[in-house]
Write a protein that binds this ligand. Structure first.
Ligand code: SF4
Length: 418
């Protein structure tokens, strides 16, 4: 690789690290006609750097030149940083070379906006098209859909990319006005709505015409920057819920704001958003997508932030203790999934096993449940005794205390849930 390209790579890979919406999967693009790569199968792009960013894709910007001036972004027009731009062919060559060397399994390509949204989008599309049609690359491609780009270009992008994402970044119009005055929510929601319709139409078409070309088979995602603006977790989760329900997004990613400037509109340098806030949002997001929770059950106007000490499912259970204890031999499967310490797989095992016998605590212990949590929410003898009428504060104290002693014993930094 020549030095000029190497320098561009160092600048544009570094600038791309703030975008966390890069995990993939769900795509089933097969290797055809002895082409290069295959987006099907295990573990596409699930390696992470020390700071938790995903790296097994070639994750770069096409350019960090930008005509916009979003206060929270390193690539903003007014920031004094080294600028660079790849040519279309350079990105194609890098992707193919890295793929052949087994460094990457796909490409995550975003960009600052130069010229106009259409100029930028057109180049992103050209890269994906070249990879697919000239290099016959069947690896994973995630393209950023540029807000304001025309539907024709978004359509082209969907024909070559596995996943598309338009980043909302800030959760309210008010914050966009304050920190990203050249953007509106409409600029982001319009392409999202277009992609939603096109993805659904493509799925329908392929039911009758199996050979119809794929359109963004891994769907669309977005990213929200957390902590750059004043929104609480309730506002963030309500928005995520509408993305999942109304716009059928596959994923919403949460990126804790890393202070990068002394702009008085933003948190000061040296006061990053605690990782635990990002972590709790991901846990709550998981509950929205897989456990049937609604955002308004997890956070309320009176209690708009997720509890940082305990996970959102336990927090919900303690606020709704009147729904417990639950008889796992009779309860609706949806309710079993809501018991702290019991995940989806364990709930399925319980429902399958109870068809054959009445389950007791000894059986449950074999289903890989978190016994230190579940024990307070079950209507059965646990270790020989029935549950006492503990208050929410007492249960919280027992669980937090047991987690702290376990942590001290293992020196493990991991947080657990479910
Ligand atoms: S449009 Fe995107 S790249 Fe440009 S300043 Fe805003 S967030 Fe950064």
């Amino acid at each position: 690789m020549n030095e000029r390209v190497l320098e561009k790579l160092s600048i544009l890979a570094d600038a791309a690290k703030y975008d966390v919406s890069c995990s993939s999967s769900g795509s089933k693009r097969k290797n055809e006609d002895k082409g290069l790569g295959n987006a099907e199968g295990m573990g596409i792009c699930h390696a992470y750097t020390e700071d938790g960013r995903c790296v097994s894709l070639l994750k770069i910007l096409l350019t960090n030149h930008c005509i916009f001036d979003c206060a929270y972004c390193v690539s903003r027009k007014s920031n004094d940083v080294k600028r660079a731009a790849f040519t279309v062919q350079e990105v194609v060559d890098l992707t193919v070379n890295f793929y052949r060397r087994n460094y990457i399994e796909g490409l995550f390509l975003s960009s600052g906006i130069f010229g106009s949204p259409d100029d930028t989008m057109e180049r992103l599309v050209r890269i994906a098209k070249k990879l697919r049609t000239e290099e016959r690359f069947n690896g994973y491609i995630h393209l950023k859909a540029i807000p304001g780009a025309s539907p024709e270009l978004l359509h082209q992008a969907g024909l070559y990319a596995d996943r598309l994402s338009v980043n909302m970044e800030l959760p309210t119009e008010q914050s966009l006005k304050l920190l990203a005055p050249q953007k509106t929510q409409g600029d982001v929601l319009r392409p999202m709505a277009y992609l939603k319709e096109s993805i659904a139409a493509n799925r329908d078409e392929r039911k009758t015409l199996a050979k119809a070309p794929l359109f963004a088979p891994a769907g669309q995602s977005t990213q929200l920057v957390v902590g750059a603006s004043s929104e609480n977790d309730q506002q963030i989760l309500q928005l995520s819920q509408s993305f999942y329900h109304d716009l059928k997004l596959k994923r919403v990613y949460y990126s804790g704001y890393v202070p990068i400037s002394n702009d008085g509109r933003l948190p000061a340098i040296g006061t990053p958003v605690p990782m635990i806030r990002e972590n709790r949002l991901y846990q709550a997001d998981w509950l929205l997508r897989f456990y049937g929770f609604r955002a308004e059950e997890l956070v309320t106007a009176d209690d708009p932030f997720l509890d940082q000490q305990i996970d959102p499912k336990l927090h919900w259970a303690l606020r709704n203790l009147q729904q417990f204890p639950i008889d796992i031999n009779e309860a609706d499967p949806a309710l079993i999934r809501r018991i702290p310490g019991i995940g989806i797989k364990s709930a399925e095992k319980i429902v399958a096993a109870r068809r054959f016998r009445r389950l007791d605590w000894e059986h449950l212990k074999k289903f890989n449940i978190a016994t230190n949590r579940a024990r307070y929410f079950l209507n059965m003898k646990v270790d020989g005794a029935f549950r006492k009428d503990w208050s929410p504060e007492q249960i919280r104290g027992f669980i937090v205390g047991s987690a702290q002693s376990k942590y001290a014993a293992n020196h493990s930094p991991q947080l657990s849930m479910f």
